[in-house]
Design a protein around this ligand. Structure first.
Ligand code: VGL
Ligand code: ZN
Length: 211
C-alpha cells in the first residue's frame, strides 16, 4: 500500500524515559527509531505524542505511600498501573528522542498533564471520557486513517489504536516500529484487543512511498 493525503503517521511517546537508560525504559525501545524515521519519509502527515506528567502524578507509585511500581491501585476512574516517575514536564526524561528525524511533523500532542488522570491513549484520557482533542483535529484536517508506531505497544500505542477505531478512524499498527512493556501478559492481550477492534497489523515493508 501507499499512504495518501488522508493517511497519518502517529508516533507515540518516543521519549528519553522510555528509551534505554530512561526511568521507564522499554526493552529494545531504541530499535523503533530507525524504522520510524524510514516510515516518516513515506507519510505526508506526521503527528507525535509526548507523555507529559506533572510532578506527583497519580500514575506514579511515589504518589501512593507504601505502593511499588508495577502494582495496580483503584483510582476514581478505575484500575491504574503504578509506574516509576517518568516524563515529568520540562525534564530531560520527557524530551522526544533527538534521533527522531521527522522534520515535517505537523503537531506534537501532549497528554497525561492532568495530575489525577493518566492518559495512555492519544485520543482520550484514562477516565475514558476526557478527550485530548486529537479526533477533532484529524476530522478537521480530513485525515481518516492512522498508522501507529512508537512506545509502548501494549500501553500507549495499543490504547491509541483502540480509541482511533472507536472514534471512527481506520487504524494500522506498524509492528517493527513498536516495542512493548509486557506486564503480566499485557502485550498478547493488547494484540488480541486490537485485532478484535479491527486494528490492522502491518510490516513496514508493506508500506511504500506517499502518493
Ligand atoms: C506509557 C506507561 C506509562 C507509554 C506511558 O507510553 O506506553 N506507558 N506512561
Ligand atoms: Zn506516563
Amino acid at each position: 500500500m501507499h499512504p495518501t493525503e488522508t493517511d497519518l503517521l502517529l508516533v507515540i511517546d518516543v521519549q528519553a524515559d522510555f528509551l534505554p537508560g530512561g526511568a521507564l525504559a522499554v526493552l529494545d525501545g531504541d530499535a523503533v527509531i530507525g524504522p520510524i524515521n524510514a516510515l516518516g519519509r513515506r507519510f505526508r502527515h506526521v503527528v507525535l505524542t509526548q507523555d507529559w506528567h506533572p510532578a506527583g502524578h497519580a500514575s506514579f507509585a511515589t504518589s501512593h505511600p507504601g505502593r511499588q511500581p508495577f502494582e495496580t491501585v483503584q483510582l476514581p476512574y478505575g484500575e491504574q498501573v503504578l509506574w516509576p516517575e517518568h516524563c515529568i514536564q520540562g525534564t530531560p526524561g520527557a524530551e522526544l528522542s533527538p534521533k527522531l528525524d521527522l522534520p515535517h511533523a505537523e503537531l506534537i500532542l501532549r497528554k497525561g498533564y492532568r495530575a489525577g488522570i493518566d492518559s495512555y491513549s492519544a485520543f482520550r484520557e484514562a477516565d475514558r471520557t476526557t478527550p485530548t482533542g486529537l479526533a477533532g483535529y484529524l476530522r478537521e484536517r480530513g485525515l481518516t486513517r492512522v498508522f501507529l508506531c512508537g512506545l509502548a505497544t501494549d500501553y500507549c500505542v495499543g490504547w491509541s489504536a483502540l480509541d482511533a477505531r472507536e472514534a471512527g478512524f481506520a487504524a494500522v499498527v506498524v509492528e517493527e516500529a513498536c516495542r512493548g512493556i509486557d506486564l503480566g501478559g499485557s502485550l498478547a492481550r493488547a494484540w488480541e484487543a486490537m485485532a478484535a477492534a479491527g486494528v490492522e497489523r502491518m510490516g513496514s515493508g508493506a508500506i511504500g512511498g506517499c502518493i
